[in-house]
Design a protein around this ligand. Structure first.
Ligand code: NBG
Length: 799
């Protein structure tokens, strides 16, 4: 029976039962009740009617270990992928409901901070869609990423996100998949490589499975572990700033998965975080081994069938955990255990920022994971022998400085990952090159052939099909074949880039999407924006390297220019921001407040009405991204060159017809190559010129002194013009810009401003602009996460 027929039978039965139970008829059900019902049906349908993956001949099963999966709302996506979306639209319409409203009832589960977690979710979607056997392993946080709002002064305010898993029908509680996880305690040497670890306390992990429904593909689990214990135990008290901790917590097992750490590209070294990491790895590795053995296979065969992909260093402790099990539990020798292990792990590096490269205090590791530290020390010792054999006496000290896993009482997790993995990859070409040239040059020599690139991608099912139904319908009309499954088919619209009927249709879609976003802005912020203005979008986490303050300085300069020359010709612009700052990240929070304050002044200035407007939408999330992206004209990707590993928002925006205004950083470089340099606007220093700038000795203040426009913009931040005369609020931000400016905002200001003027100029020629945006859609098919997964298959996961 076709899925729709099976689904329809299940739907009817369930609706009847649901209504009978409540003594209601279907027209009386609320949207929330409809959501509960449809979600339950979709969940069952996924489990019952969708096949599970069967192994492929030439790749192994992928165990994708990630502390973050930013899945976003699932129901709409699952209905699409099951192929029953339209069926449900029609069914609920019979009772006077619209599916879109019903889908809005779903909470947006935020088990992630930003790009790293969203990438993991896109990859699960692609693996299920192209039938790459996989299990995603993560944590079942009780509180996801905090909810953000702004207070009266424009400051970020955080609240816990109890995403309500008790009412979340799209998961199954698998209490039978239980794992015990020990911490701390004593280690005794038994014989040879074998030790006995007697943990001081043990907690348990139980699984929650969220089926990932592939597009016309298969269904496979995202398995999330949650901690519980039979008895509470005592540990030192923890706190993580005001957000995490209103009162000091005594840690018990349920606390271990209580909350997602809200840091993006930043490590904060908290004990509870290390416990989370080990808990995640211990549960996942045990589950992998259990399933492998249950198939009648031996552990010698592990690498033939399984690969463990480490999403950044957060699950690095899985490496010594697997070795520990092989040695102490299964009786393997060190040599054999190491040989198995080093064929199983592959590591993806997502950042070069030193503050994000995880290092753990050796004493903390000794206390919490004493057996693992012994194993890491052994790996380090063997590494030293290898380094000594490979490099000359003269080189040795420097090389060891770079490569040692343990140095200065710190355990360096990236080093552990490189040494313990058979493959290491960066996430965009420029980033992968920098991993070799700047981060790990000695490793690249030592482990020839280990380093790869796999450029990130995004799933077209969510980021075009679901987020932009109007554009999808247009693509359906003009493309032969299913572009959702093969995004390269977008090429077929290339010849239409200059076709005026197609341009008009494409432009109308953008206009309708802008109208829908304008409505969201009005409902959220009470601002009516000019829908004919350029919608200029910067949506991402707040981080100094991403340079939202560069955008802000240009907004201030533009405002000042318009005030001084009210009649000058000007292409109206709405600057749209969204994004969160880590609760403990002072400077990022300053930037948020500054944008809100500048927005307040500009939006209340009658002369700016319809000309220059700033909308900062609070509480950025996957579902908000789905509303903003289809409406964007300009995509701000303005990080300092060399700092953004890849970016994925840049891909989503460009595919949906926004022009990239960016530096030559991360995947912007490849976007520019594919789209054509004339269809993007590139500005600013390059990786090489930043290097030269620093070698010469970068003095930010010189730019301030020499550039009047820049000076006036910074002065306005400093003199309280945007803060009701208060000169203290933004002093730290201004001081930092003038005296440090580590991310070279001032050095790129002039070039950025010129680029912004270029954008305005191009926008005035609508025919040329539309051609460019259409070509962006047409030429960027390779940024599908299906392509990324195929790259992983051929470069990394192959047998
Ligand atoms: C982030 C990078 C982004 C990249 C995503 C996904 C971390 C540590 N890294 O540029 O900053 O797109 O990873 O690869 O969060």
């Amino acid at each position: 029976m076709a899925i729709t027929a099976q689904f329809s039978a299940l739907f009817d039965r369930s609706l009847q039962a649901y209504c009978e139970e409540r003594s209601l008829n279907p027209t009386q059900l609320s949207e929330q009740q409809w959501y509960q019902l449809v979600a339950q049906v979709a969940h069952q349908a996924a489990l019952q009617f969708f096949p599970k993956n069967t192994p492929l001949a030439d790749t192994r099963k992928v165990n994708y270990l990630s502390m973050e999966f930013l899945v976003g709302r699932l129901l709409g996506n699952n209905l699409q992928n099951l192929g029953v979306y339209q069926y449900v639209v029609d069914e609920v319409a019979k009772y006077g409901k619209t599916l879109v409203d019903i889908l809005e009832q779903e909470t947006d589960p935020a088990f992630g901070n930003g790009g790293l977690g969203r990438l993991a979710a896109c990859y699960l979607d692609s693996m299920a869609s192209i039938a790459q056997p996989a299990v995603g392993y993560g944590l079942h946080y009780q509180y996801g990423l905090f909810k953000q709002s702004f207070d009266w002064a424009g400051r970020q305010y955080e609240e816990g996100d109890a995403w309500g898993r008790d009412f979340f029908p799209l998961q199954s509680h698998r209490a039978d998949f239980r794992q015990a996880v020990g911490f701390a305690g004593e280690v005794r040497h038994i014989t040879g490589d074998k030790y006995r670890w007697q943990p001081a306390w043990t907690i348990y992990g139980e699984a929650f499975d969220l089926p990932v429904v592939g597009y016309k593909g298969v269904q496979q689990p995202l398995r999330l572990w949650q901690g519980y214990s039979e008895t509470a135990f005592d540990l030192a008290k923890f706190n993580d700033g005001e957000y995490l901790d209103s009162e000091s917590m005594v840690i018990d097992a349920s606390k271990i998965t209580k909350v997602l750490y809200p840091n993006d590209n930043h490590q904060n070294g908290k004990e509870l975080r290390l416990m989370q990491q080990y808990f995640h790895c211990a549960c996942s590795v045990a589950d992998i081994l259990k399933n492998h053995l249950a198939k009648g296979r031996t552990l010698d065969q592990l690498a033939e069938f399984e690969v463990i992909q480490l999403n950044d260093t957060h699950p690095a402790i899985a490496i010594p955990e697997l070795i520990r099990l092989l040695l102490d539990q299964y009786g393997y020798s060190w040599e054999k255990a190491w040989s198995i292990c080093s064929k199983v792990f592959a590591y993806t590096n997502h950042t070069l920022l030193p503050e994000a490269l995880e290092q753990w205090d050796q004493n903390l590791v000794a206390k919490l994971l004493p057996r693992h530290l012994i194993i890491i020390e052994r790996i380090n010792l063997e590494l030293y022998q290898q380094v000594k054999a490979c490099f000359s006496e003269d080189e040795l000290a420097n090389v060891w400085d770079e490569t040692a896993i343990i140095a200065n009482n710190r355990v360096r997790m990236a080093n552990l990952c490189v040494v313990g993995s058979f493959a290491v990859n960066g996430v965009a070409q420029i980033h992968s090159d920098l991993v070799i040239s700047d981060l790990f040059p000695a490793y690249a020599k030592l482990f020839n052939g280990r380093f790869h690139n796999v450029t990130n991608g995004i799933t077209p099912r969510r980021w075009i099909r679901q987020a932009n139904p109007l554009l999808s319908a247009l693509l359906d009309q003009h493309i032969e074949g299913d572009w959702t499954q093969n995004l390269e088919l977008l090429r077929q619209i290339k010849p239409l880039a200059e076709n005026s009927a197609f341009q008009t249709a494409y432009a109308e879609i953008k206009q309708q999407n802008k109208q829908a976003l304008a409505q969201v802005i009005e409902e959220t912020l009470g601002i009516q924006v000019n829908q004919n203005a350029i919608f200029d979008v910067q949506i991402k986490r707040f981080h100094e390297y991403k340079r939202q303050h560069l955008n802000l300085l240009n907004i201030i300069a533009t405002y000042q220019e318009l005030k001084a020359n009210p009649d000058m010709p000007f292409v109206p612009r709405v600057f749209i921001f969204a994004g969160k700052a880590a609760p403990g990240y002072f400077m990022a929070k300053q930037i948020i407040q500054a944008i809100n304050n500048v927005a307040h002044v500009i939006n209340h200035d009658p002369e700016m009405q319809g000309k220059l407007q700033v909308a900062f939408l609070p509480n950025y999330s996957v579902s908000l991204a789905e509303k903003i992206i289809p409406a964007a004209d300009v995509s701000e990707q303005i990080s300092l060159a060399g700092k953004e590993a890849s970016g994925t928002g840049n891909m989503k925006l460009a595919l949906n017809g926004a022009i990239t205004l960016g530096t030559l950083d991360g995947a912007n470089v490849e976007i520019a190559e594919f789209a054509g340099e004339e269809n993007v606007v590139i500005f600013g220093h390059t990786v090489e010129s930043v290097r030269e700038l620093r070698e010469k000795g970068y003095v930010a203040r010189e730019y301030y002194e020499q550039d009047e426009v820049l000076r006036k913009a910074i002065d306005a931040l400093a003199d309280g013009s945007f803060a009701g005369g208060n000169q203290e609020i933004f002093e730290p931000l201004v001081y930092d810009l003038l005296n440090k400016d580590y991310f070279c905002v001032l050095a790129d200001f002039a070039s950025y401003r010129e680029a912004q003027q270029e954008v305005a100029k191009r926008y005035q020629n609508q025919t040329a602009w539309l051609k460019s945006t259409i070509l962006n859609t047409a030429r960027l098919g390779s940024f599908s996460s299906d392509r990324s997964i195929r790259d992983y298959q051929t470069r990394i996961w192959k047998k």
